[in-house]
Design a protein around this ligand. Structure first.
Ligand SMILES: NC(=O)c1ccc[n+]([C@@H]2O[C@H](COP(=O)([O-])OP(=O)(O)OC[C@H]3O[C@@H](n4cnc5c(N)ncnc54)[C@H](O)[C@@H]3O)[C@@H](O)[C@H]2O)c1
Length: 340
């Protein structure tokens, strides 16, 4: 099918970024937000066709792009799938695994595609590192570190409500969980710590997790909303049997490897990565190749994130099964790691 008309549901922070991406791709844009004031502002600012309700949007578009708070992803995406519309859904795919399973089942039953927008896979500084790992440039991945740190989002907002967002682990760390899994395969064990205020939900929040991948690679992940006043920054360090790749957004905007140097495009790739992501989803809907990230990957990342939340709550490590549909893409890495 041809994707000409796109309906973005949720006209807040990330909805606006997606609208910019779809606009670059030449789509006719429609929008819906549950808040009348958001609809009015979007109509004024963004020049898209704003609908008074979801049903009206569903009647008018080829594809639905869900950009609402995490706990609303499943009901909105289900309504779209049941209306026969392919769905792009912001990460996390859903708030619970039951919801994620329901979405995947609905997509498969209806034969309508469902995509999870794990945008980090589309950032050149991340994608190039993954290509290098998959090509064996660092040998067998041994220990990987990832950080993702910024200031606290709106203190009154839904992000701080664990029941809505799964907190910083479900919202922020899930980016690196997905990326780590893309590099080293399924996660079989998680241990995590979460620091967050006990009372009003607007104090510093910081999470740390250790993942054990199926072949024995270890990932260390830090996610923080404790950098008050500081700029957002991310980093990784991928150490393998033959070399290392490291990157830090605020220090070395070029990916480095030992031995040799791996140049990746410098500077922020934030907006264009979303456009690349949406273009890949659009191509898949139009009959092109499967995109680099699937709904099953979104479900797997959510499973690890929720296990990390459980570990942080109980103080115990959580074991996870290898998924029935393991990720595809870095098979050479997975095979090498698994045989180690
Ligand atoms: N990929 C990324 O880098 C990235 C970055 C930020 C947010 N996100 C994800 O995007 C989603 C939205 O985050 P945000 O920061 O844009 O949130 P936001 O609060 O800025 O915007 C959400 C919008 O959705 C609207 N909304 C809420 N419930 C709705 C419903 N049932 N129907 C229609 N509209 C509804 C709200 O009124 C609001 O305008 C979250 O799942 C978040 O995890 C991803």
């Amino acid at each position: 099918m041809k994707v000409s008309r796109v309906g973005v549901v949720g006209l807040g922070g990330i909805g606006r970024v997606h609208i910019g991406g779809w606009r670059e791709l030449g789509a006719e844009l429609h929008g819906f937000d549950e808040l009348p004031e958001s609809r009015a502002v979007a109509q004024e600012d963004l020049g898209l066709q704003v609908h008074p309700d979801l049903a009206s949007l569903l009647r008018s578009v080829d594809v639905v792009d869900v950009c609402t708070p995490t706990d609303t992803h499943a009901p909105l995406a289900l309504a779209a799938l049941r209306a026969g519309k392919p769905v792009v859904c912001e990460k996390p795919l859903a708030r619970t695994l039951e919801e994620a399973d329901e979405l995947i089942a609905a997509s498969e039953q209806a034969g309508v595609p469902l995509f999870t927008a794990q945008v980090v896979r589309f950032m050149p500084e991340y994608a190039s590192a993954r290509d290098a790992v998959a090509a064996g440039k660092i040998g067998r991945p041994g220990v990987m570190r990832f950080t993702r740190e910024g200031g606290m989002p709106n203190p009154q907002g839904w992000y701080h409500d664990m029941a809505r967002s799964a907190g910083i682990i479900g919202d922020v760390m899930i980016h690196d969980i997905d990326f780590a899994r893309w590099l080293a395969g399924d996660v079989v064990r998680v241990y995590a710590k979460l620091m967050r205020p006990a009372g009003p939900q607007n104090g510093p929040t910081h999470a740390y997790a250790i993942l054990t991948h199926v072949g024995g690679t270890i990932s260390h992940l830090t996610a923080s909303w404790a950098r008050q006043g500081g700029s957002f920054r991310t980093s990784y360090e991928l150490a393998g049997s033959e070399g290392m790749i490291d990157y830090a957004s605020d220090q070395r905007p070029v990916v480095q490897t030992i031995p040799g140097t791996l140049a990746a495009p410098a500077g922020s790739s934030f907006g264009s990565s979303f456009t690349r992501e949406l273009a890949e989803f659009r191509a898949a809907i139009e009959g092109g190749p499967q995109p680099r990230v699937t709904a099953h990957d979104g479900r797997a990342a959510l499973a690890v994130a929720l296990a990390a939340v459980t570990s942080a709550q109980t103080g115990q490590a959580v074991e996870l099964p290898v998924s029935a549909t393991p990720y595809e893409g870095s098979a050479p890495v997975a095979a090498e790691v698994a045989s180690a």
